[in-house]
Design a binder for this molecule. Structure first.
Ligand code: AMP
Length: 280
């Protein structure tokens, strides 16, 4: 695996593979890798001739009161994991090269980013879409892989790609979970042992919702109430939001629409804000 720090060099390598008619699969990450990331990489390996992965903790998607400085990092461990997976190129740029002094261009997906995560984190998606567009221009992939774990992010990126005629296929991949159901996340590292036990409440609440929907109960208010009960059973967690929305528009529903509903949530476990979701 070659590690590339410079944008121009990465672009040159992408051009070379494209000229050879090789397909490029790309996975963008913020590092501190886990099986969720690896599932995207394995799918990219299956589908493409070469795989590029990026590691970049993107400052523009964190607000000043968020965990940018504390965000977990372990480059050596990540590097070993990526080598083992047979990744061809790791793009590992610095903040200074990605956001030089004169940087002033941002991408904004309008309506889809006003709700859910965007409501709690108003500047988050502008940072995400901007960095993803930059990474697409640098790695020039044919296909890019994103996790359903960040459901709104996936939906927003698909919108951006369609709206801006970006010639890349966006592939969404299922959420990889721990044995007890907790969605894998780099942020799980912040949890104390007690919090780690409480953190299963997100998945349990989603399971409750699924159970109700499978039994034919489509009333959103009732489902949300039951989900809240499950979460408050674990005593401390603070709910940021529970949403049952249309999967395409992300607008809130009053009745579950089979095959077109996203149930998503953000819950504080202590100081750590965790998200999880279920695609119906
Ligand atoms: P991150 O490093 O958190 O920015 O995540 C990089 C990519 O991995 C994003 O597309 C995430 O949605 C995806 N991802 C993170 N956690 C999981 C998971 N548990 N299962 C599947 N994909 C994930």
């Amino acid at each position: 695996m070659r590690i590339i720090y410079e944008q121009k060099e990465m672009q040159g390598i992408a051009d070379k593979y494209r000229n050879w008619d090789k397909t490029i699969g790309f996975v963008a990450t913020m590092g501190y890798l886990h099986e969720g990331h690896l599932s995207l990489i394995r799918e990219a390996k299956k589908d493409n001739d070469v795989v590029f992965v990026s590691i970049f903790v993107n400052p523009t998607q964190f607000s000043p009161d968020e965990d940018l400085d504390k965000y977990p990092r372990d480059f050596k461990r990540d590097e070993e994991m990526l080598k083992k997976e047979g990744v061809d190129f790791l793009f590992y740029p610095t903040v200074e090269t990605m956001y030089p002094k004169n940087f002033q261009t941002y991408i904004n997906v309008e309506e889809l980013t006003k709700v859910l995560e965007g409501q709690s984190r108003p500047t988050h998606f502008r940072g995400v879409t901007t960095i993803v567009a930059k990474l697409f221009n640098i790695t020039k992939p044919h296909k890019a892989y994103f996790g359903q774990k960040d459901a709104q992010q996936l939906i927003v990126i698909k919108r951006m790609v369609e709206d801006l005629n970006i010639d890349i296929e966006i592939v969404g991949m299922p959420i990889v979970r721990e044995n007890d159901g907790l969605a894998m996340s780099s942020r799980n590292k912040y949890l104390s042992d007690k919090e780690r036990e409480q953190a299963v409440c997100l998945h349990q609440a989603l399971e409750k919702a699924k159970e109700m929907i499978d039994a034919g109960n489509y009333d959103v208010q009732k489902i949300k109430q039951e989900m809240e009960k499950v979460i408050y059973n674990y005593s401390i967690p603070k709910i940021d939001y529970i949403s049952i929305s249309n999967l395409t528009t992300l607008q809130e529903l009053s009745q579950v629409e089979p095959s077109n509903t996203l149930i998503s949530m953000a819950v504080f476990i202590g100081k750590t804000r965790l998200i999880d979701n279920l695609w119906i």
